[in-house]
Design a binder for this molecule. Sequence first.
Ligand SMILES: [Fe+2]
Ligand SMILES: [Zn+2]
Length: 374
Amino acid sequence: MATVRAMIQNGRVAVAWPDGRRAEFPAIWLRDNCACATCRHPGNGQRLLDTLDIPDDIAPVDLELADSDLHVIWSDMHESRYAGTWLRDHALTPEARNERRSRRTLWGAEIANDLPRGDWAEIRRSPEAERDYLARYGEFGFGLIDNVPAKNGMVVEVGNRFGHVRVTNYGAYFDVRSVPDPTNLAYTAVALGVHTDNPYRDPEPGVQLLHCLESDAPGGESILVDGFRAAEDLRHGDRAAFELLAHRHLSFRFSDRDADLSARTPVIQLDDDGVVAAIHFNNRSAAPLDAPLEEVEPWYRAYRRFARLLRRPENELRLRLAPGQLLMLQNDRALHGREAFDPNLGRRHLQGCYVDKDGIASRLAVLSRDEAAA
Ligand SMILES: [Fe+2]
Ligand SMILES: [Zn+2]
């Protein structure tokens, strides 16, 4: 889109586009983001310019528009050129900043009618199918993949397709089934309330993959809840409770013969703009709250209110995984749990692994970039 107007205003560069959008760029910001071959390496795009080498009193002295590029001459004699589309994409207005956020759709039980899902053979065959699947996964915080061969360790192959499997003290992957003398309640047949996995790790696992190998035991339905939606419900219904859970850190702990893991984190984690960024909720591994005495009762009221929201039937997606289905969960958003099952009347065997979030986001970005370039 062509840049129509640009002028120097109070030491900033003000730009207006034909559709009426406007944005201001502070001199230090604009000079620091010069993309010329002296300021950025032409091959890898990394910054060569030392931000400290920019004079304190840097100012634009002259502007020129050429095609859709903005040409700036600086008080330090440097000359920069910025594409109009680049300026628009990086504008600092609330509107533009909001557009840069990744797409997020909150959901409840109704998502059962339109699950974000993909087919493993399709995903492997078509980059477009893979990108579509990952984009839907990103928007909703989970995805279901059909037709993943019900083979031992297959979950690791899927994890390494999208990102990089993170090895933990549970190994590269773990078996979720009922065993004698379990070290974790997950390895029993009892019901598990919805939770995020392993908040006692630092960093916490970003993505969990659960692959169903066998499922003919009565019960054992999977339950998923959008923790971001529950957090927004709490924010709107009880602001003080929301803020307490966002502020006060809770410790989580896991210990067995070989490991003693602990980490501290707020139940609701916000980003620097106050947007919900992560949920850390795991009642099984929550350690005693360590907070100033007068905060304890209000914190419990807030925590119990949030826990009740997570249990509302209209917030729950229930599904029964069949052998060959794989559930991929953004661990700090899509909370998961299960109904009890009867291990005497059949089998229920899942294999799980953890993948870091950045690898998945990178895969989606690369596939989208390739598709845009094609
Ligand atoms: Fe879990
Ligand atoms: Zn430059």
